[in-house]
Design a protein around this ligand. Structure first.
Ligand SMILES: [Zn+2]
Length: 159
């Protein structure tokens, strides 16, 4: 669903504006609130608010926490141009059960896995890939398990 008078760059900027609104939203704050733990680090006395990353389970200063959409805002088999703004808003302001407070390193890993899957799906769509059957549901499940596998391997490394 694309307005031909809006450039791709302008769409990206509009998406960025939406994400900035979300980053200050009550929903995001609500999700972050579920991560607060009673913790202190004598080496970091100025940090008074701590959270636990739901992925690696490490204590993290709350101000450094991210909120991850378990099911990505833009499905891995779709591009922004294929979505309506309503869909993007609904996927971003999703049910709180789809939001998980995680630390930035864990968020980076999950996004990287998702982006890799996006590229793979795109290649399959363009007939460049060899893997895949075109069944999008199956692919989405695969991404999720790949992401949790990647996160689990970092969990091991950090301990
Ligand atoms: Zn983490």
């Amino acid at each position: 669903m694309r307005n031909p008078r809006m450039t791709k760059k302008e769409m990206g900027l509009a998406k960025g504006a939406l994400m900035r609104v979300f980053s200050r939203s009550d929903l995001r704050k609500e999700a972050i609130a579920t991560s607060i733990i009673a913790y202190s680090d004598p080496k970091r006395p100025r940090v008074t608010k701590w959270s636990m990353c739901r992925s690696c389970l490490n204590p993290t200063p709350t101000y450094l926490m991210d909120v991850d959409h378990v099911e990505p805002k833009i499905p891995v088999d779709k591009s922004l141009e294929e979505m309506t703004w309503d869909q993007l808003v609904d996927n971003t302001w999703c049910d709180i059960t789809n939001l998980q407070p995680i630390c930035r390193p864990c968020h980076k890993i999950k996004s990287a896995v998702e982006n890799k899957e996006r590229r793979r799906v795109k290649n399959v769509k363009q007939g460049k890939g060899t893997k895949g059957t075109g069944k999008t549901n199956r692919k989405r499940v695969t991404t999720r398990s790949n992401a949790s596998r990647a996160i689990q391997s970092t969990r091991k490394k950090q301990y």
